[in-house]
Design a binder for this molecule. Structure first.
Ligand SMILES: Cc1ncc(COP(=O)(O)O)c(C=O)c1O
Length: 491
């Protein structure tokens, strides 16, 4: 017990799922080292005389183990990654390991062997297993509240479709509002525009401060925006708020519980949380968050294959919701409708338990590997800002497994188009994949509502770096050196 606790606490989170001979040898070496660590930690040497020896020794050993065991596991599980490319963008598409891909292939093969038989039992049981495991993971008391969908965009479509019908059937009045963050993901904004604006909704945006110094700054400015809206448009009902759990760009974790509470306090009727990045990146407790709708991709940070997401919904809304793609199961409720939306490849959905197993086998639990990625991304971000003489876009506690790192002003990025050009250059000339951010509306405009509370900084463009277990220090060095080389061109 002691040893396994120790192991999870101090080593990288992927030290156990090991099957081949080389790895078994690693495991044996680990075992002997741990016996030694345990002996030292319990001996009087550590208690009297050398109080820091235990910690120092443990750290050395765990670093050694991290390198030794992790490299073999990672090399095998992510062997399909293109060599030589610094993949610092797990946030966009995630990356399933080989064992999950094999499991997905097994499901696809079963389907091909006997599709008719597969559609009944294995498919249904596979869906049920995935939904139950997800319910446990996100603290949902009722598996009926969990729906498997293709992706976060589809989840937004489910909610937007319902809002659209409320306008068309006159439960909502023309001009009733939908509140969104200016930083909402582009596709999600368009979903609500596409379904709801034409049906009569008024869409209005809250400008989130960035760079940002604390949660309190966000909460204060959000409350100011709600108060202003109530004052300026007293007759307009806010039917829905769309809030990210983790913003895509600029990537920060939002204080979602408090934001939901503020919405309720100011009479917002329903809240949809776009948590595309959340599961595997932050703790997800849907009961505590208490939103009406919550969607998270599983292929971004939970190692599921593309594409699959879960959608959680308060039970009272379930019967009125529909999948945006109408098919055979129309009218059976959202769970039933989403279970069959026509002939398609369901294997990614069925591989969700394999992804959860990968996390548990390698890290012990989801928290261990979340903590590990957070620690590493902050370490890498700090290394970069100190090399470039810039700053982080937010304090480390607002980052999960992604961080916003200020870029040197000498890169001359003055527009989103410049940022995209620079990103392409980093990919094509330096083999570094990393999204770059420059606020679309220009810094002054973005800050106009928050000038009093926004931290003034020198750089306006940021790199959003991710950390996932396959990443290595050298990859962040590649980014560091590439940026320095480009910056040197203009001096
Ligand atoms: C915050 C956020 N919401 C929604 C999406 C859309 O995800 P998908 O394309 O899987 O639907 C993304 C994609 O990166 C995102 O970052």
């Amino acid at each position: 017990m002691f040893m396994s606790n120790y192991f999870y606490k101090h080593s990288t989170p992927f030290s156990i799922a090991i099957k081949d001979n080389q790895s078994i040898l690693c495991l044996r070496v680990c075992f002997h080292i741990f016996v030694l660590v345990e002996y030292i930690s319990r001996s009087n040497i550590c208690r009297y005389g050398f109080p820091n020896l235990n910690k120092l020794f443990s750290t050395l050993v765990s670093s050694f183990l991290s390198l030794f065991v992790a490299s073999s596991l990672v090399a095998r599980e992510f062997s399909h990654h293109e060599p030589g490319v610094a993949r610092l963008n797990n946030g966009s598409f995630g990356s399933p390991p080989q064992c999950v891909l094999s499991n997905q292939a097994m499901w696809a093969q079963q389907w091909l062997q006997h599709p008719d038989a597969f559609c009944w039992e294995p498919l249904e049981k596979g869906f049920a297993a995935a939904r139950q495991q997800l319910a446990d993971l996100i603290h949902s008391p009722n598996v009926n509240e969990i729906v498997l969908l293709e992706n976060a965009t589809t989840g937004a479509g489910v909610v937007a479709l319902d809002v659209m019908w409320s306008f068309l059937e006159r439960r909502y009045e023309k001009g009733d509002s939908i509140l969104m963050f200016n930083s909402a993901y582009g596709a999600i904004k368009k979903v609500f525009k596409g379904y709801c604006f034409r049906a009569g909704a008024r869409l209005f945006e809250y400008k989130m401060p960035f760079p940002v110094s604390s949660n309190q700054e966000i909460l204060q400015s959000f409350e100011d925006a709600l108060r202003r809206e109530k004052k300026e448009n007293p007759s307009k009902v806010i039917r829905l708020a769309v809030i990210d759990h983790i913003v895509s760009m600029p990537s920060i974790i939002l204080p979602i519980r408090e934001l939901v509470q503020l919405c309720r306090a100011y009479g917002v009727e329903q809240i949809f949380v776009d948590a595309a990045h959340a599961i595997g990146n932050v703790d997800v407790n849907v009961q505590e968050i208490d939103a009406d709708y919550y969607v998270s991709n599983l292929h971004k940070w939970l190692f599921a294959p593309p594409v699959v997401a879960f959608f959680h919904c308060k039970p009272q809304h379930l019967s009125q919701l529909h999948h945006p793609l109408v098919s055979n199961n129309y009218g059976l409720g959202l769970v039933g409708e989403s279970y069959w939306v026509g002939t398609r490849d369901y294997s990614a959905f069925l591989a969700v338990p394999a992804a959860i197993k990968f996390v548990n086998d390698t890290a012990g639990d989801i928290k261990s590997y979340r903590d590990y990625n957070h620690r590493k991304v902050v370490e890498m971000a700090q290394m970069l800002v100190s090399a470039w003489g810039t700053h982080l876009g937010a304090p480390p506690e607002l980052f999960g497994s992604m961080a916003m790192v200020g870029l040197p002003a000498s890169l001359n990025i003055h527009s989103p188009e410049d940022a995209l050009r620079m990103r392409t250059r980093l990919r094509t000339e330096f083999q570094v994949e990393v999204p770059l951010y420059y606020p679309a509306e220009g810094v002054d405009e973005i800050f106009s509502d928050h000038r009093h509370s926004t931290t003034k900084t020198s750089s306006v463009a940021y790199a959003r770096i991710s950390h996932q277990i396959y990443n290595k220090l050298e990859e962040y060095h590649m980014l560091r050196d590439a940026v320095q080389a480009i910056a040197a061109e203009s001096t």
